[in-house]
Design a protein around this ligand. Structure first.
Ligand code: BGC
Length: 382
């Protein structure tokens, strides 16, 4: 009888496959993971120009991130729920073709300047610059071919702080209209504390605006709408915008508005009170605390899965975007058709259109200085 039970358990394990072994892995006492097991490189296809793209898998044994060299995109993020069941908490595609066909920055590293620059032009040190325009009259997330559409070089920089990949890219003087050769790096680390840590650096040989962020579309339930997720933002202020989402230049209080997330509130609770169409959040929130210092930015909870996301950043602000422009036409991972409000983005950033507003924290990087940015997305389940 005992032997029969043993065979039944073995057969069950083989049939249930990877899910069961993952659950078992959760149940096992922590075993140190060897270097080669927590970092893996795989071929992820070729761009239309024939450039090879790789995918890097980073894991701490509980949480796993997959990052591709095209767009320095976070393609997959597997996080356990409260019962230890793993689930992918970011939107994206199964293949490179999905990304090449065009998408609204799923998981991408956006730059040289994330968010909008009004009319796609600015003046710096007395020189006028004209940028590639890709969002009505404005430039959005770096222009027509931003950092989300180039192939980055990758390097294994795993160490005692976790499994890590460093992606580098040199953006040429004049690329998308921006001045200066800009050398950029973004390092993704999966730490033993269940954090996805993203560190950026950039240096230039001519003064240029720089604003880098990660544009992941999170869904802590692994699917469906995020309007029931509860959000707390460490922000009492936001930058009001015009109809094209360009800041008016002011900084207003969130108090008494549907933008007040100082207390944890379901994301969808006050959607109807928001102005503009399609309905949803697409706002820049000014964070408490000093820019340049790592500080709490947001906490999001999904009561169904128990997953909790805590965000920390050195940036002065965060764009909350609730995937308002997803229109039920894009087919993502596993053939799932992405619907409006199927995800939320928390994009750490300098204020949009800072080049036109001297009262906003400056986005100008000058030769001899190094741009740095750190953002942490930390996961737990309760
Ligand atoms: C912007 C949205 C835009 C989205 C996808 C967000 O950062 O604020 O307006 O639609 O990115 O491009």
């Amino acid at each position: 009888m005992r032997r029969f039970l043993g065979w039944m358990v073995l057969a069950g394990l083989i049939l249930a496959g990877p899910a069961a072994s993952w659950v078992l892995a959760q149940a096992k006492p922590a075993v140190p993971i060897k270097g080669e097991e927590r970092f893996k490189k795989m071929d992820f296809g070729k761009t239309k120009e024939g450039v090879a793209v790789d995918e890097y898998t980073l894991t701490n044994g509980k949480m796993t991130a997959k990052v591709i060299t095209y767009g320095a995109i976070l393609r997959e993020l597997i996080v356990p729920d409260r019962s230890g069941k793993p689930g992918d908490v970011v939107l994206g595609f199964d293949t490179l073709e999905g990304y090449l066909a065009g998408h609204p920055y799923f998981g991408a590293t956006t730059g040289r300047v994330a968010n909008r620059i009004a009319k796609g032009k600015f003046t710096l040190d007395g020189v006028d610059y004209k940028l590639a325009v890709n969002n009505g009259p404005n430039s959005l997330h770096g222009g027509l071919k931003g950092f989300d559409k180039v192939v980055w070089k990758a390097e294994n920089v795993s160490g005692s702080k976790g499994a890590a990949v460093k992606l580098s890219y040199v953006s040429k003087d004049g690329e998308e209209g921006y001045p200066g050769n800009l050398t950029v790096s973004v390092t993704y680390t999966v730490t033993p504390e269940n954090e996805l840590k993203i560190d950026y650096t950039a240096t230039t040989d001519k003064a240029t605006p720089v604003n880098l962020t990660n544009h992941s579309y999170f869904n802590l339930a692994g699917g469906g709408s995020i309007l029931g997720h509860e959000l707390m933002l460490d922000s009492e202020l936001y930058t009001p915008v015009d109809a094209d989402l360009i800041p008016t230049g002011g900084v207003d209080s969130v108090s008494g508005t549907p933008l007040d997330f100082t207390r944890s509130t379901p994301i969808g609770a006050r959607l109807g009170e928001l102005k503009g169409e399609p309905k949803g959040y697409d706002h820049n929130f000014v964070l408490r605390g000093a820019p340049g210092v790592l500080k709490p930015a947001a906490t999001v909870r999904d009561s169904a899965s128990g997953r909790v996301l805590e965000m920390f950043t050195t940036e002065p602000a965060v764009q909350l975007y609730t995937a308002n422009f997803l229109d039920g036409k894009l087919k993502g991972k596993g053939g799932v058709v992405y619907q409006p409000h199927q995800a939320f983005c928390l994009e750490a950033q300098h204020y949009p259109d800072s080049v036109h507003h001297d009262q906003f924290p400056s986005t100008i990087l000058r030769p001899g200085s190094t741009y740095t940015q750190t953002t942490i997305y930390k996961f737990s389940a309760k």
